[in-house]
Structure formats: C-alpha cells, structure tokens
Design a protein around this ligand. Structure first.
Ligand SMILES: *Cc1c(COP(=O)(O)O)cnc(C)c1O
Length: 467
C-alpha cells in the first residue's frame, strides 16, 4: 500500500515514510492510493480478536511495509496502559450506546491514536537511524496525549507550547507533572494562537527545521487517522450479533474532522455503517458545511471559547481528505476548491450536497452550552451516568438522528473528570477523583516559562533537542 497526496504532487510513499512529516511535500494530505476493503467473512473472523489483535489486522491493511510480528508487538505495547477491554461499550438508554474511547492515560480519545503513534514513530526512526524533535502547540488535550505517549522514548523528544495561565488546573497537572527528560513543557506568555504562530515560524524555517530534526504529530498525521479506524470496527463487532450483517450509526463529537474521518474510512472499507452523525458545538463550520454544502472557515476572533473546548475550531484541517473523495479523487478539483477559498472566502459544494448523506452517509447537527448542560443532566437522571461536555454534544445531536431498528453508537471522547466545572454547573455534583488522579494533581510541576519570542524558543530547542 502506497500513499499519495490529495493535491497530486507527491511520489507515492510507503506508510512509514508518511509518518514523520506533517503535510505532504506539495502541501496536501497523505491518503491511501487505494482504500483497502474488508469482506463479511473477514469481519466475522475478527469477532474473536482482542483489541490489540484487531488493531494489528486493521493497521496491517494500511502499514504493509511493517512486518506483522512487529506490528503485533507495537499494538500490544500501545494498548497495555488501558483496561483489558481497551474500548468498553455501555448503553445509556434504549437507543444510545457509548463507545468508551477515554480509558487511556489522559482520559480522552486522543490516547487511542497517540499511544500507537508513539510506538510506530519510534519504530520508523529506529529503521532510519534518526531522531525526531516534536514541536507542538496545545490548548490542552492533544499536548498531554502526545506527552504521555512519547515520554521516555529514546529517539523522540517533545517541545510542547501552551498558553501560560490559560489551561485548566487539571490540564496543567496532566502535562506538567511529567518529569521525563525528553518532555519539555513551555508556557508562553500569550494565547493559544501565539503558541501556534511560534510553531509555524520555526517549522517554516526549513534550515532550522532540518538542522533540529523538527516534526509534528498533529491531527492530520496518518498514523493517528488509521489507528482511529480500528475502534469503529471494534465497536461494530461488539454492538452486533455474530452473523448479523446489521447496519448501525455512529455519532462523533467533532473538531478538526479527524475522528469522524476515520469512521468515514471504515465505511469506505466496507464496514456496514448507516450514518455518520457529525456533532459540532457553537463553532459549527462543519455543521454548516454538511447542511448547506458551503464551507466557510472562520477567523480566530469569530471562534468562541466554549465548554467543550476541544471542539473549538475555526477550520477543519482534515476536511481536505473528505473533499478529495467527494471530487472523485481529482487533485485538480481539490486545488480548485482551495483557490476559490482564497479568492472568495468560501468553497461552494452545493451541487454535491445530496451526495453527502446518500453516498457518504454523513449528516450533522449543533449543540450549545445550554444543550450540553441539559444533556449531561438528563443522562445523569435517567441512567446515573456522568458524561463529559464533548460526549454530551454527541448525545444531544445523536438523539436527533435516532432511527428505530438502527443502533446508535456515540463516541465518548473524554472523561467527565477533565471538565469538573461544567459537570458541577450541570448537575451540582463534585466528582470524586481517584487516588491516582489526586496524586497527579498534587505532584510537583515541570515547566519553563518563556516570552512570546521566537529567538528564545530557537535557543531553547538548540540546547535541548536530540540529534
Ligand atoms: C480532539 C477532541 C475532539 C475533536 O476531535 P477531532 O478529531 O478534532 O474532530 C472532541 N472531543 C475531545 C474530548 C477531543 O479531545
């Protein structure tokens, strides 16, 4: 299996060679040259597998350049920090079942992909005999998932910028309590956009980037997308009976279109998914796109800070992979769409609108702060289950799309403990932290404070980077 760019300007590359770069060399995103497919017989055979075994099968279709036994070792190691089931399912009412993706070290679904990414990037670096210094900016979840997945690795170090004083106490503790020598937390005097601009400036300086072996593990990373495909198969196998070729639907709390893209890939691979329901919060550029066919990214100051902060996006970096399929895998039409965006501020796919649902099964909806609170409350009252605000956005929109006879699975993208304030506001309950979480919250913190200054960051990286 080889990977090509959505913009058509990259020589086909094997899986491992796409991992260490952010974008493809032509500015597009890496996609499989041909989407692998899975037939019904294979799917039935997969019922008996454990999560890591299933991950080896599914990822083996994408990572054909990695020998099976190596892949099996990596998936075992990646999912060892999780409970035995890895991804448990639990019903909250007659219609809706939650898919528990947040059982990993940082209590959010990003662990599912990051844990595998940590394994496979280290492996690819070993094969090449090189090292990688990850430079990233985070407003919370991504940074901590990356650090927990990459801590202690020999060939990787992490430089993670975060806006000083703007993360929750819980998020700070999750990142800053790590004391591994290869993890560098940098609190920048500024907001998230300032952090991101620093990353862009340094990564855009190609000489510096090469000399310091800089790389990224953001949401467009192909290892993350492919690792996420696995749990759609897992959830389908757990929610259907043996031999039952039942279609079911998934609702996905969405931001950068990474998680739901993996569901879209699973559907294209032949997994019987009826609908993929995209749930957005108030920053609903994607809901707008799937309802109207017009994609109009917003500016940073049009982007609201909400109580489901990991879905606060102004544009969706993975959408290009969907558009690539929408336009029949024609790179010229992808480039044309972005030219329209540059010249008029939006892309118009109204002519294709009917295909979004009919052909691809994608529908969407929006949830607001009031919806989130009401949904957390109603789930708590009906089933005694506490769900986090992002999952609540999912449940709210899922309820609008429940069809009789079609199971509806909602992806649980985080644990409520991460968002204790919103939970208190919704149901007046103080969540009990486990002993492990309490000791993390009380642990000494390791962070370097820095001005919003690219030359200070350069000097820090030059001093601490692996080479
Ligand atoms: C990252 C994140 C999302 C959004 O996922 P995308 O892949 O960006 O669409 C939703 N919920 C939580 C808790 C997250 O951390």
């Amino acid at each position: 299996m080889q990977y090509i760019s959505t913009r058509g300007g990259m020589q086909p590359l094997p899986y491992c060679d796409t991992l260490l770069e952010g974008l493809a060399t032509d500015g597009g995103l890496a996609v499989p040259e041909v989407m692998p497919t899975v037939d019904g017989e294979t799917l039935e055979r997969w019922r008996a597998l454990t999560y890591p075994q299933l991950a080896t099968e599914v990822l083996g279709l994408f990572a054909t350049d990695i020998p099976r036994e190596d892949l099996a070792r990596m998936t075992e190691a990646a999912y060892a920090p999780f409970p035995a089931e890895v991804v448990p399912l639990r019903a909250i009412d007659d219609d809706i079942t939650l898919v528990g993706l947040s059982e990993g070290p940082t209590l959010a679904f990003k662990d599912m992909a990051m844990q595998f990414l940590g394994q496979v990037v280290e492996y690819a670096l070993e094969r090449k005999g090189s090292v990688l210094n990850i430079l990233g900016a985070t407003s919370g979840d991504t940074g901590s998932a990356a650090e927990h997945a990459l801590r202690g690795k020999e060939r990787i170090s992490v430089f993670m910028l975060s806006p000083q004083g703007r993360m929750s106490a819980f998020q700070r503790a999750q990142m800053f309590s790590l004391d591994d020598a290869n993890v560098h937390n940098i609190a920048v005097a500024g907001v998230f956009d300032d952090c991101q601009n620093l990353v862009k400036e340094l990564a855009g300086d190609l000489d510096f980037k090469r000399a310091q072996h800089l790389g990224a593990v953001n949401s467009i990373n192909l290892a993350r997308i492919t690792a996420q495909v696995v749990y759609y198969f897992w959830a389908w196998l757990r929610a259907t009976d043996a031999g039952g070729w039942t279609e079911l639907s998934f609702t996905v709390p969405s931001g950068n279109f990474g998680n739901i893209l993996s569901g879209f890939y699973a559907k294209q691979m032949g997994l019987p998914i009826r609908r993929l329901v995209l749930a957005a919060n108030e920053n609903n550029v994607l809901d707008e796109f799937f309802r109207t066919g017009v994609y109009r990214p917003r500016s940073a100051d049009q982007t609201l800070a909400t109580s489901s902060p990991s879905m606060d996006i102004s544009k969706a970096s993975n959408l290009e992979r969907f558009i690539f399929e929408l336009v029949g895998r024609d790179p010229e039409r992808v480039l044309g769409a972005w030219r329209d965006l540059d010249s008029q501020g939006y892309v118009d796919f109204t002519a294709e609108l009917a295909r979004f649902e009919e052909e691809f099964g994608i529908v969407s909806g929006t949830s607001t702060h009031a919806d989130r609170l009401a949904t957390i409350r109603s789930v708590y009252e009906e089933s005694d289950d506490v769900i986090d605000p992002h999952t609540a956005d999912g449940v709210k929109v899922a309820r609008e799309y429940v069809e009789s006879g079609v199971p509806m699975l909602v992806l649980e993208t985080a644990k409520p403990e991460k968002f204790a304030e919103t939970i208190r506001e919704a149901i007046g309950v103080e969540l009990d932290y486990s002993a492990e979480l309490r000791s993390m919250l009380d642990a000494p913190q390791h962070v370097t404070e820095m001005a919003d200054d690219a030359s200070a960051l350069r000097a820090f990286i030059e001093e601490h980077a692996l080479r």
